[in-house]
Design a protein around this ligand. Structure first.
Ligand code: HAM
Length: 431
């Protein structure tokens, strides 16, 4: 017997699927409010789509293999290269800015830990074809409204924002050559978690004074002062001001340690974290103005974010913001004797056609056992069909919540039940 699935891959029994469906529903609702259209691409791509542009970290985590036609292929570890290829190929005829979103399942061979698995679903929202700072504010605002859509506030989630252009010029002022910037970015990316960041920079022959300068630049104690030095006349400053004007200032922390692990970002970069910082990042994104052109398509500025379902799901469970699993049916139809079954079948299908969620016993059972099943399914109502009631043209209607029972004429049943069920759906949110 195969007793276990692969490590890092999830089963979704209904109670877990309910959380996943809730997350997808909120993602779709909020994306629609910003005018985003949904798309998808293939889960398997040519390997070089990632080796060319994504950066070493993600390439080291690829699920790649040679297919039966001798092609080097990989399961998608992220959506951005697929999006860049798709849009790059058809952008010329499209109205800009392009606002697209997708919810792909992604695969990364990571070391499994809390919040990190080998597959996850990731909301991707990207804006393509707009270079101005309002696009940056719009994308960050969308990520914040996603959090609000789940009932989370700035006391729960912080948006840590930086700008690779700002950071590059600060590094230049420390005397660091442009050729060294990627290495220093990588060290800064790890500076909070990893004392080895200093070693990496020293090993790359940066002198101690310069390395101390990098630490000073990223020190939380100097952050407010650094934030004040960002002029509103710059792209980044204008984006931050626009976020204030949108009313999202209290969510934002300027944080120069945010550089992002992926290689293609060119400007604004940001990540969302739970405020207590007990979990991994909920969301990450930024501007990638050169990626589309470098993949050979239309050369358009672009930016966006990816938001995973794993950390978000943990946070919602922590805060009690996950949906409770509701009743799976509205009405159970029970037969008193085998002769009643044909009437049960007929009525059940009339009620289903009327839009009600209906179940009946699939084998002969005592009425008590059938009502037990009705209760286990969370049914609000049960209809019991027996020979005596049938002779009078009636059925018994039981309200399983209020424990009442009444005889109803068979002919008025469907509309009577529909209105009862619809009333109770209005009063029980997860019904
Ligand atoms: P990323 O930072 O690699 O960005 O992933 C974005 C989010 O996906 C993370 O913050 C995390 O919530 C989730 N995530 C990533 N890896 C895993 C994993 N192994 N298990 C669970 N969740 C995970 C990107 O992928 C960029 N392509 C996002 C983007 C879109 N940038 C611009 N547009």
């Amino acid at each position: 017997m195969i007793s276990k699935g692969l490590p890092g891959f999830r089963d979704f029994p209904p109670e877990d699927f309910a959380l996943r469906a809730h997350i997808f529903r909120v993602w779709r609702e909020v994306a629609a409010r910003y005018g985003f259209e949904e798309y998808d691409g293939p889960p398997l791509e040519p390997l070089d789509l990632y080796t060319a542009k994504s950066g070493d970290e993600i390439v080291g985590q690829l699920y790649n293999f040679v297919d039966k036609g001798d092609r080097q292929v990989a399961l998608r570890p992220e959506m951005t290269p697929t999006l860049a290829r798709m849009v790059g190929a058809r952008a010329n005829g499209m109205k800009k800015p392009i606002r697209w979103f997708s919810i792909p399942q992604l695969f990364r061979y990571e070391r499994q830990q809390r919040g990190r698995l080998r597959e996850h679903f990731q909301l991707n929202c990207d804006l393509i074809g707009e270079a101005g700072p309002l696009a940056d504010a719009e994308i960050i605002a969308l990520s914040i409204d996603m959090m609000r859509g789940f009932g989370l506030g700035p006391q729960d989630v912080r948006v840590r924002v930086s700008d690779r252009l700002f950071l590059s010029s600060a590094l230049r002022q420390l005397g660091i050559a442009d050729a060294m910037t990627p290495l220093v970015f990588q060290a800064i990316d790890r500076i909070e978690k990893n004392a080895a960041a200093a070693r990496e920079m020293l090993d790359a022959h940066l002198d101690t004074v310069t390395v101390a300068g990098v630490f000073r630049l990223t020190d939380p104690a100097h952050r407010a002062e650094l934030r004040r030095s960002i002029s509103a006349a710059t792209h980044f400053g204008a984006a931050l001001n626009a976020l204030d004007e949108m009313g999202f200032g209290e969510w934002i922390d300027f944080d120069p340690t945010i550089v992002r692990g992926l290689a293609y970002y060119t400007g604004t970069v940001f990540e969302l974290f739970d405020a207590k910082r007990t979990l991994r990042a909920i969301c990450g994104g930024g501007r990638y103005d050169t990626l589309l052109g470098s993949l050979g398509g239309a050369d358009l500025p672009a930016l966006g974010f990816g938001m995973g379902d794993v950390v978000l799901g943990e946070l919602l469970k922590d805060r009690g913001l996950h949906p409770s699993v509701g009743a799976s049916i509205d009405v159970f139809v029970a037969a008193v004797t085998p002769a009643d079954v044909e009437h049960v079948l007929k009525l059940s299908h009339e009620l289903r056609d009327a839009g009600l969620r209906v179940e009946f016993a699939l084998n002969t059972q005592a009425v008590g056992k059938q009502l037990n099943l009705a209760n286990a399914r969370g049914a609000r109502l049960a209809v019991v069909i027996g020979p005596d009631d049938r002779a009078r043209g009636e059925v018994q209607l039981k309200d399983l919540v209020y424990k009442t029972q009444e005889a109803i004429t068979d002919s008025s049943l469907a509309s009577h039940l529909s209105s009862l069920v619809n009333d109770s759906r209005l009063t029980t949110p997860n019904g």
